[in-house]
Design a protein around this ligand. Structure first.
Ligand code: SF4
Ligand code: SF4
Length: 145
C-alpha cells in the first residue's frame, strides 16, 4: 500500500509543478531572434556619450582616464584646431580584453563624457577584435543613424 501511495504522491507532485510553471510569465528570451533590453546597471565596455549641443563627445584628451586606469588599457590622442581652442580627442583606443569594468575612468573624467555601454554581443576570432576606437565608433553610429 505504501508503495502505491508513494507513486501517486510523486505523480501528483510532478503534475502540480508542471501546472504551476504553465501559468507563470515567460522569463526566457528567444535569442538571437529577440534582443535583450539591458538594465541601466549593466556594464558593457566604456564608450562616449553623445551630447545634444554638439552632436558628439566632450573628450578633451586630457589623459586623466589613461593615467587612472589600473589596467593601463586606454590610449588617447587629441589635437587643437586653433591655438586658443581646447583639445579634442581624435583617437581613443581601449583594449577591452583587459578591462575589469572598475569604472574609475568613468568617475574621474572631468567632462563626464564616458559611460558604460549596453553592448552584450561582442565576439571575435582574435584578441585584437576587443581593441576599440571610441571616436571612430561614435562617428560610425552617427553615420548609421
Ligand atoms: S573600467 Fe577600469 S579597467 Fe576598464 S578602462 Fe575604465 S579604468 Fe580601465
Ligand atoms: S575621456 Fe575624459 S578623462 Fe579621458 S581623456 Fe577624455 S576628457 Fe580626459
Amino acid at each position: 500500500m505504501a508503495y502505491w501511495k508513494e507513486i501517486v504522491e510523486g505523480g501528483w507532485s510532478l503534475v502540480e509543478g508542471m501546472l504551476r510553471r504553465l501559468f507563470q510569465p515567460v522569463v526566457t528570451v528567444q535569442y538571437p531572434r529577440k534582443q535583450l533590453s539591458m538594465s541601466p546597471a549593466y556594464r558593457g565596455h566604456i564608450e562616449f556619450k553623445r551630447f545634444a549641443e554638439t552632436g558628439t563627445h566632450r573628450c578633451i584628451a586630457c589623459g586623466t582616464c589613461q593615467r587612472t586606469c589600473p589596467s593601463q588599457l586606454i590610449k588617447v590622442q587629441g589635437i587643437k584646431q586653433h591655438a586658443k581652442s581646447p583639445k579634442v580627442a581624435t583617437h581613443y583606443i581601449i583594449d577591452y580584453t583587459k578591462c575589469s569594468l572598475c569604472g574609475l575612468c568613468v568617475e574621474c573624467c572631468p567632462t563626464q563624457t564616458l559611460k558604460f555601454s549596453t553592448e552584450y554581443q561582442m565576439e571575435g576570432a582574435s584578441r585584437w577584435d576587443g581593441v576599440l576606437d571610441l571616436v571612430a565608433r561614435l562617428s560610425r553610429e552617427k553615420s548609421q543613424s
